[in-house]
Ligand binder design. Structure first.
Ligand code: G3I
Length: 425
């Protein structure tokens, strides 16, 4: 049967807030077509969700709307450094636990946002420690917070907004980067992987959604991290966009990361200046055109509570979090786009999204042996000629030695390994 010729049923009921809202759209539930965002997204192999707060999910109106339409949540603020480690060594999970429990109770997935950021990092941002001490602070934070939520978070934003804006697009100057050095990037992934090996590990940034200088820099950094076998599995494109967005450029950007075997999540979607149905559907189709686009997350439920301002017109609901009104035309159109997803790409997405996160960032497709222990100094032995973290052993050479002067053959498990690299401190 040709599904596309049978989309004729015109009414479906979608719960929005406490009231049932009747929607009209050309989707045939009689032919198995989904009538909610979450059902349509699940059929397309996509996670769909919103950023939330603990004080939101305890409101009945809000909870009803979210449960009706979405299958994934992310904390807007409550998993950030300043919330989870308000003072050194003291960890607090009250708000984040409420959200995580709500997600678990309602069979929803959870994104983790975020371990390492230049902003909202509280005391750490003004802590004037040595490289070693700042490394210890970062490592401890990841181990504690990642350990607390181990097994509950599907995708962790290990790093947030680390690429500079403007010309050059190297690493952003931040307190982490200045006090540790550029290899904080590598270390954050390694420590995250050691903490929660089942989580997909992401670097998340804004202004890099389409093809541009910043996304070129992020693409090059991703390649470098993969070459050095760091455990990066995904790039988060925040997608803080505006009316009239360039969907083709976003589609093509997602594709090139797919060619690297990298997951893409659209992590913080809002379309400012009153995003149109065409904008929302264009963005959804840019995602659906690529098998490696696996998550579609709006940065909040209702315009009234957006960080941009209550007049942004930028989310899927108008009104406020506690009194949300669904934008039915946009939601209907998104459901239809999901229902129209190319079955071949959907099948590939489901296979791709099910690949397990591997220690080498390649989603379990290759086996490369790692020595999970620290390098004493990033430039002590340089085998790759790159500035920054260097692998202790050159791939396949067998000639280099580690920091203790040992050859690969002298290290347990290394003798038969084609490529042994010691991960950064
Ligand atoms: O928690 C305090 C509260 O105690 C105090 O009374 C109140 C007074 O203003 O401030 C509260 O903190 C606010 C916090 O949100 C929690 O509500 C901060 O002022 C406010 O600046 C903060 O804004 C958040 C912003 O990140 C911080 O940079 C936004 O809600 C949040 O949407 C935004 O999210 C970021 C992503 O994490 C990363 N990408 C960009 C995105 C938008 O800026």
């Amino acid at each position: 049967m040709d599904f596309k010729s049978h989309r004729s049923i015109d009414r479906a009921t979608i719960l929005g807030g406490v009231s049932a809202l009747t929607l009209s759209f050309a989707v045939a539930s009689a032919f198995g077509q989904a009538t909610t965002l979450k059902d349509a997204a699940a059929a397309a192999g996509l996670n769909i969700g919103v950023a939330t707060n603990s004080f939101n999910v305890t409101n009945a109106n809000y909870a009803a709307a979210v449960k009706a339409q979405f299958n994934t949540l992310v904390c807007e603020n409550e998993m950030k450094f300043q919330s989870t480690e308000p003072s050194r060594g003291n960890f607090s999970y009250n708000g984040a636990n409420t959200v995580a429990n709500f997600a678990a109770t309602n069979n929803m997935k959870l994104r983790g946002h975020t371990f390492v950021w230049h902003s909202q990092s509280g005391w750490a941002s003004s802590f004037n420690g040595s490289r070693a001490e700042m490394q210890s602070i970062m490592q401890t934070h990841i181990a504690e917070v990642g350990g607390h939520f181990k097994g509950k978070v599907l995708e962790w934003d290990v790093l947030n907004e680390i690429t500079a804006d403007g010309s050059g697009n190297g690493l952003r100057t931040s307190f982490w980067q200045q006090r540790i050095g550029n290899d904080y990037v590598d270390s954050a992934f390694v420590w995250s992987q050691r903490t929660d090996p089942a989580a997909y590990l992401y670097y998340n940034d804004y202004g890099a959604d389409g093809l541009n200088g910043k996304s070129n820099a992020i693409y090059a950094l991703t390649q470098r991290l993969m070459t050095d076998k760091r455990p990066i599995h995904g790039i988060g494109l925040q997608a803080h966009l505006s009316r009239g967005l360039n969907a083709n450029s976003i589609r093509d950007n997602i594709k090139r990361f797919g060619d690297l075997g990298i997951r893409i999540s659209l992590t913080e979607i809002d379309i400012n200046n009153t995003g149109t149905t065409q904008d929302w559907v264009g963005l959804m189709n840019a995602c659906l055109a690529n098998y490696n686009c696996v998550s579609f997350m709006a940065w909040g439920l209702a315009d009234g509570n957006s960080w941009i301002g209550s007049n942004c017109g930028c989310l899927l609901y108008s009104g406020t979090a506690n009194s949300p009104t669904p934008k039915t035309e946009i939601i209907n159109a998104l459901i239809q786009a999901l229902n129209n997803a190319d079955p071949a790409i959907v099948a590939k997405r489901k296979e791709f999204a099910a690949r397990l996160p591997g220690p080498n960032g390649l989603l379990g497709t290759t086996q490369i042996h790692y020595a999970q222990r620290p390098v004493m100094h990033q430039n002590l032995i340089r085998t790759s000629g790159k500035v920054g973290v260097s692998p202790v052993f050159a791939t396949g050479s067998g000639k280099a030695t580690d920091v203790l002067g040992r050859k690969p053959a002298q290290i347990k498990g290394a003798a038969n390994s084609l490529s042994l690299r010691v991960l950064p401190q």
